[in-house]
Design a protein around this ligand. Structure first.
Ligand code: URA
Length: 235
């Protein structure tokens, strides 16, 4: 894929994009044996031979995308001061450094994307893209229709109304109800707080989809590689 030269330098870890523009203007970058000082030219790092200060750029890192079924009792940070298990310990056979896309609470299970593609991470997390996340929540008691409508319309949480949500009751028992809820915001412990706001504690919570990308029958603690087609289902 063709990219602007300063983007290629930044992605190769040479420097920031802004600095890269200065280095290009100063004649420190050679593409296919020619010094390039012109701004904004595009090249393909897989096809063009690019040198910075006469040293070839390292080959572009291969992008990988994983979908993990996170078990309860794992943190999605890369280190935990309390010494709790971290999700990346569940992918020991992956040599690339991958990062979780967003977070899932310690006590929440289910779909967690991990990747080394920073641009995709930004696209998924940026609020303007409104990427839907669907959760299956088992809640205490039996919330009524009116209460669920309140959640669907948006409810005041910490001084700010939540965006509209989609809710669907999956099963009801004597003391608990299973509800599927789809939201596109990513506030901390949002689903738990939303149900708490209508007086129904979340007993267990599982993320079952990002957009139309479903967790499916992936066993707990296991991961699978995602294809480009899978990634398209997220948006
Ligand atoms: N909402 C929560 O309450 N917890 C999560 O982990 C994700 C969404």
């Amino acid at each position: 894929m063709k990219l602007r030269l300063q983007v290629i330098l930044a992605q190769a870890g040479v420097c920031s994009r802004r600095k890269a523009a200065e280095h290009i203007a100063a004649g420190r970058v050679i593409v296919d044996n020619k010094i390039v000082t012109e701004k904004g030219l595009k090249f393909d790092p897989a096809h063009n031979r690019i040198l910075f200060d006469a040293v070839p750029l390292p080959p572009p890192e291969q992008k990988i995308y994983l979908l993990l079924n996170k078990p309860r009792g794992y943190v999605t940070t890369l280190k935990d001061p309390q010494g709790r298990p971290i999700v990346t310990s569940l992918i020991p056979d992956i040599s690339q450094r991958v990062f979780p896309v967003g977070r899932l609470d310690y006590d929440t299970e289910g779909a967690l994307l991990l990747t080394n593609d920073g641009d995709l991470t930004q696209r998924i997390l940026h609020p303007s893209n409104e990427v839907n996340k669907t959760y299956r929540a088992v809640v205490a008691g039996n919330p009524g229709r009116f209460q669920l409508k309140l959640l669907a319309a948006g409810i005041e949480l910490e001084g700010r109304k939540t965006a509209p949500a989609r809710l669907r009751v999956i099963a009801g028992a004597n003391k608990t109800t299973t509800v599927e809820i789809t939201i596109h915001e990513g506030r901390k412990r949002q689903v738990r707080k939303m149900f708490a706001a209508i007086g129904h504690r979340v007993i267990s919570l599982k993320r079952i989809a990002y957009g139309k990308l479903k967790l499916g029958s992936l066993p707990t603690g296991k991961y699978r590689f995602l294809t480009r087609k899978d990634i398209k289902l997220i948006f």
